[in-house]
Design a protein around this ligand. Structure first.
Ligand code: HEM
Length: 348
């Protein structure tokens, strides 16, 4: 059994292989993420090193299909099981940018009160299962080594970012190919886990497909937060629902686990519906939901907040295990320091 030498070691599954210098690369990625969090702290914007801008915080209900195929069952996916969910919509960069800039959008779903043996024996205490997705079926970069190069370029200058994409045309193509140039309303996008996780004992990708996408509207260049405004408007009128589908790997040669850019053919590996995520009509950020934005800001959303049967797979996922956990701890520490400082200044 190969065990990764992080502080909290864990076994590799038979579907994975370790990249060379993986631990060192992950440490470098963490340092780059921490620097971004410190820059955000200085600017007094939310700390997350990626997906800093929250576009919406909503409640939902995740309902597993009653006729779920037995092969798909896990402690979370039991026929007819139903979970309260919270969802954080976000924009991918580590900065707060106007919504008119077409960039990947995040969709982090947390199912509460799930049963099953947990993947992490440290970190947030809740018994949750998270699915942390973006509106693209693939990651634009092959692996953590390429991500490290890109993050170093981002930290240097816009010119270095341009140079990175010039020397990585496939990444540029994948960014362009899977960007939502039409800037559609957020509940009209399809979101994917992008990187695989275990499902029914096999590598699989999960996606959330909107049942009834809303019609197109021109973006509003005068409102930097128009995606938030439109989601709020949409949900105050009616509910939305997503079909949750799973794509089991059928051919490890073409549907790769260690390559983030690997597009799994739907002909070879068709998606099957396993659940529905229903977002009821709601007054976002108001009334009983007025504390939800703060709750999702504080929360840890990580593909590793979940159960053994849904272990995330591949080098990108393995790096996320360490980085999201350290990021959440850092955010928690900063918040506690700020609270102490506020209490001191009040009592002075
Ligand atoms: C493989 C596909 C990936 C997807 C689909 C993805 C998606 C997301 C999403 C949706 C969020 C926002 C979560 C939230 O709302 O709290 C997020 C946060 C984040 N992502 Fe990723 N991500 C991916 C890979 C990575 C990798 C490889 C890294 C490594 C550096 C990374 C670093 C981060 C960090 C540092 C955060 C902020 C975490 C926090 O402070 O809680 N992501 N990601």
């Amino acid at each position: 059994m190969t065990v990764l030498p992080f502080r909290d070691s864990f076994p590799l599954t038979p579907f994975e292989s370790l990249e060379s210098n993986e631990v060192e690369i992950t440490e470098k990625l963490w340092r780059l993420c921490l620097s971004q969090m410190l820059r955000n702290q200085e600017k007094k914007i939310p700390l997350r090193a990626f997906h800093t801008k929250r576009l919406g915080a909503v409640r939902g209900r995740f309902q597993v299909r009653k006729d779920l195929d037995e092969a798909f069952e896990s402690p979370v996916f039991q026929p007819g099981a139903s979970y309260e969910a919270i969802i954080r919509f976000s924009s991918a960069p580590g900065a707060v940018l106007p919504d008119i800039i077409p960039i990947p959008r995040g969709f982090a779903v947390k199912l509460n009160r799930v049963s099953g043996e947990r993947l992490l024996n440290q970190g947030p205490p809740e018994r949750c299962q998270d699915f942390v997705c973006v509106n693209s079926p693939v990651f634009p970069l092959k692996n953590t080594r390429e991500l490290e190069e890109m993050m170093e370029a981002i930290a240097k200058s816009p010119l270095s970012v341009a140079a990175f994409f010039a020397s990585h045309p496939r990444a540029a193509y994948l960014f362009a190919r899977h960007t939502d140039w039409l800037l559609r309303e957020l509940s009209s996008l399809t979101y994917s886990t992008v990187a695989p996780l275990l499902f029914a004992g096999r590598p699989a990708k999960l996606r959330f497909v909107p049942e009834k996408p809303s019609g197109l509207r021109l973006p509003n260049p005068f409102n930097p937060n128009f995606l938030h405004t439109r989601l709020k408007e949409a949900l105050s009128g009616s509910g939305r629902s997503f079909r949750v589908e799973v794509q089991l790997q059928t051919n490890p040669q073409t549907q790769k686990v260690e390559d983030g850019t690997s597009m799994w053919s739907e002909t070879q590996a068709p998606f099957a519906p396993v659940a529905t995520l229903r977002i009821e009509k709601q007054q976002m950020d108001q009334g009983e939901d007025s504390s939800l934005p703060e709750e999702v800001n504080r929360a840890s959303f990580s593909p590793w907040n979940g159960i053994l049967e849904h272990q995330p797979l591949g080098n990108l996922m393995r790096a996320r295990r360490e980085i999201y956990l350290r990021g959440w701890r850092h955010r928690k520490r900063v918040r506690e320091q700020e609270q102490r400082a506020r209490r001191r200044s009040k009592s002075a």
